[in-house]
Design a protein around this ligand. Structure first.
Ligand SMILES: [Zn+2]
Ligand SMILES: [Zn+2]
Length: 745
């Protein structure tokens, strides 16, 4: 045993441990051995703009402690990491700073990686990627072309905000009170061709699978159900004049006969045939370009177009047909029955429609006559989730690999010509479309006929890049420019054993699940039979301060760098894990920080005092026999504590694990107090048992406060300390028997 009692110096300990880890190559994803469990843990991919904030620290502290736990159990672990580097946050920051987004992203990425390393997060840093790298976005382009060929991407007019002064389309966050963020001119809505991702063919399978997902926590599952937006009810076929018909849905299967009108989605496939009346098409166009996608979803204010047409109701009579985006907001792009008698939103709509007769006053609380059954009605369901646009008029994004030719139309770029390279030196000003103004980018020969043609100048929304952000980490970096979706390593790492992501990632995850199914059917992911990218999923809530979202404006931003500087990485990690369970919003307070720091200091000092005292502790057989039952109790405490901690970590309930670790430390101290009370001092057998318990505690602490824990284990000579990185203990190997203390040197 070392006789020195080193003080707890987090900065020194953490620097020395991190150097050792790097030298040992602890974080490199191994080539899994036969029969070894393969665990790919996918943390969230941050936007590459600004610094690492406390929300990231929370995400990565959970994922990293789980990764360290699985490694310690002997599993092959890939803790992958990549940046969601394209997109508006970086572009806006670059406009403000008047530098190319590529430079800004490079700066931010370096800084964030430095912060992550300082916190001791055990990512395989050799596998880090940026979605804005050519070797990455060429595969976003491959995915676009592959989905286009499969009919899952299509082009259609959509409504976007446009600023006449800046000659540019605007993202919704660039519109403030109807005015341009840059020039404060009033913006208007225009219709322009936009690329869409078709997700509807896979909604039903996403729905079915949601019931079968194991190791998904409630928060993650509930976001999947919410995004899917399933309504159960009934549908019935209705006949109109001129051979027109409609299948209409209602979530009120018992009240179909009370329908008073029919509501069509403006995206219903047959909407054109119902809007042929004089002036109706104009009304529909006005509604479409009137910003219905941004308008209130409220039934009192949502736009409605009266088609003037009627259709035979399910219980006789004629029902007027209207068009309104309220259908989309409730049931997706379908047709629905309006039943004011049983549906509040329908009642509010009905009051606004001249052709809908007022409902008779219902007799107060009287028994309503049962609604007669409707012939032909059948059980049905609808999903609110719908296709969404994937293209943006921005210059910091994956170029869409399409060429527009006057003769051939929109021509996909041949796969062999990928990547379509984004010029790196563009410094957007917020005015115009910088890509469209670059002849070296725009002017190109048509891949079909060879005539002069123009490149598509829209780029892919970074949501599209995110569809496959969980893939690259599983492919060795040196192979990525040649092979991605068909790399053989994917079969050993996918599906990801666990996704750890913020509670607002549900939309990303939902669409990643859709695209996995598409790639399964197309071929590359055929080995993922259920089309699920994540076998397990943990969503965590955000980190706030003073009960409010952190913002510069409020002056309540907690800077992780300052905390690490002052307390050390282990304290910050432990505090962020301990302060709240993942499903709860973490209201940051220094209390958790002080608690974690005090615990680490106490454990450190206490352990080193015991290590140092062992040498002078004598053995006496009679004394050892007298306290044998106490050592046995210590062993049981350790066994029970370890079982609880193991359980907690397996379920990624790190706050419980940390609490149980602190409790076990209390037990170990309690053991000593009781022995001293009984005998006046520890026998060597007691001291050895206690040190074995402290070593066990350090090993259980290692996933959460890895630097301090490993340095503590170094203080325990012998087998416990020598094998690093430490294994997760199977059971508490606490020496109990009175006869067997090690010989006094
Ligand atoms: Zn403007
Ligand atoms: Zn052509």
């Amino acid at each position: 045993m070392s006789k020195q009692k080193p003080s707890y110096d987090a900065a020194r300990i953490e620097a020395s441990r991190q150097a050792v880890w790097e030298q040992r190559g602890d974080f490199e994803a191994p080539q899994p051995a036969a029969g070894q469990a393969r665990v790919y843990i996918k943390p969230s991919s941050p936007f590459t703009s600004g610094n690492l904030h406390m929300g990231h620290v929370r995400d990565y502290a959970i994922g990293d402690s789980y990764a360290r736990f699985r490694r310690a159990r002997g599993d092959a672990v890939l803790l992958g990491f990549g940046f969601d580097a394209f997109g508006l946050p970086a572009e806006l920051a670059a406009i403000e700073r008047q530098e190319p987004p590529a430079d800004w992203v490079a700066e931010c990425g370096e800084r964030m990686l430095g912060q992550m390393k300082r916190l001791g997060f055990s990512f395989d840093y050799d596998r880090v990627f940026y979605s804005s790298d050519e070797s990455q976005y060429r595969w976003s382009q491959w995915l676009f072309l592959t989905l286009l060929e499969a009919g899952l991407i299509y082009r259609e007019d959509a409504t976007v905000d446009w600023c006449d002064t800046c000659h540019t389309t605007l993202a919704s966050i660039q519109v403030e009170d109807g005015r341009c963020w840059r020039c404060h001119n009033e913006v208007r809505l225009i219709r322009r061709p936009t690329w869409f991702l078709r997700i509807t063919p896979y909604l039903e399978e996403n729905d079915r699978n949601t019931e079968r997902l194991r190791n998904w926590d409630d928060l993650a599952l509930s976001t999947q159900r919410y995004i899917l937006g399933r309504s159960d009810g009934a549908e019935v076929d209705l006949e109109g004049d001129g051979g027109r018909s409609l299948t209409v849905f209602s979530p009120h299967p018992g009240a179909l006969a009370q329908a008073r009108f029919v509501l069509l989605s403006p995206r219903h496939p047959d909407v054109e045939t119902w809007t042929e009346g004089a002036g109706v098409r104009e009304d529909l166009e006005r509604m479409r370009s009137g910003g219905w996608e941004r308008s209130a979803r409220d039934a009192r204010s949502v736009p409605i177009v009266d088609t003037g047409a009627s259709i035979a109701g399910p219980a006789g009579g004629e029902l007027p047909v209207f068009v309104s985006p309220l259908v989309d907001a409730r049931y997706g792009p379908t047709a629905a029955l309006g039943i004011p008698a049983v549906d509040e939103a329908d009642a509010q709509l009905g009051e606004r429609m001249e052709r809908v007769p007022a409902e008779p006053e219902s007799e107060e609380d009287g028994e309503k006559p049962p609604s007669p059954p409707v012939p032909g009605a059948r059980e049905a369901k609808r999903y609110r989730a719908n296709d969404f646009s994937i293209s943006r008029q921005r210059s910091w994004g994956t170029p869409i690999p399409v060429v527009h030719c006057e003769a051939c139309g929109a021509v996909p770029v041949p796969l062999d010509d990928l990547p379509v390279v984004l010029p790196r030196d563009i410094a957007p000003t917020g005015e115009g479309n910088p890509l469209a103004e670059r002849p070296d980018f725009v002017d190109v020969a048509c891949p079909g006929c060879g005539a002069a043609a123009k490149r598509e100048t829209d780029t892919l929304d970074c949501h599209f890049d995110a569809l496959w952000l969980w893939v690259p980490a599983a492919v060795p970096p040196e192979d990525r420019s040649e092979l991605m979706f068909e790399h053989p390593d994917l079969q050993q790492w996918l599906p990801s054993e666990r996704l750890v992501a913020g509670g607002d990632s549900g939309g990303f995850v939902f669409d990643q699940r859709i695209v996995t199914k598409a790639l399964r059917d197309i071929g590359p992911f055929a080995f993922l039979e259920d089309g699920e990218p994540f076998a397990g999923c943990l969503f965590h809530e955000m980190v706030i301060a003073d009960g409010r979202k952190m913002s510069k404006h409020l002056g309540n931003v907690v800077n992780p760098d300052e905390l690490v500087e002052r307390y050390g990485a282990d304290t910050v990690r432990l505090a962020v894990l301990y302060a709240a369970g993942p499903a709860k919003t973490l209201n940051w307070s220094d209390g958790a920080l002080r608690f974690a720091n005090r615990f680490l200091r106490n454990l450190w000092t206490y352990s080193h005092d015991r290590f140092a005292a062992l040498e002078g502790t004598r053995h006496d057989e009679e004394a050892a026999a007298d306290t044998e039952f106490m050592r046995d109790r210590l062993r049981k405490w350790c066994d029970n504590g370890l079982a609880r901690i193991t359980d907690d970590v397996e379920q990624l309930q790190m706050h419980k694990a940390v609490r149980n670790i602190t409790r076990l430390f209390e037990r170990i101290q309690d053991f000593e107090k009781r022995v001293v009370k009984r005998r006046g001092q520890l026998d060597r057998a007691d001291a050895e048992a206690q040190i074995a318990a402290l070593a066990l505690l350090a090993r259980a602490l290692a996933p959460f406060a890895p630097h301090a824990a490993e340095e503590l284990l170094l203080g325990v000579d012998g087998a416990e300390g020598s094998a690093l990185p430490a294994r997760w203990p199977d059971s508490a190997a606490i020496p109990v028997a009175a006869e067997a203390p090690a010989a006094t040197p």
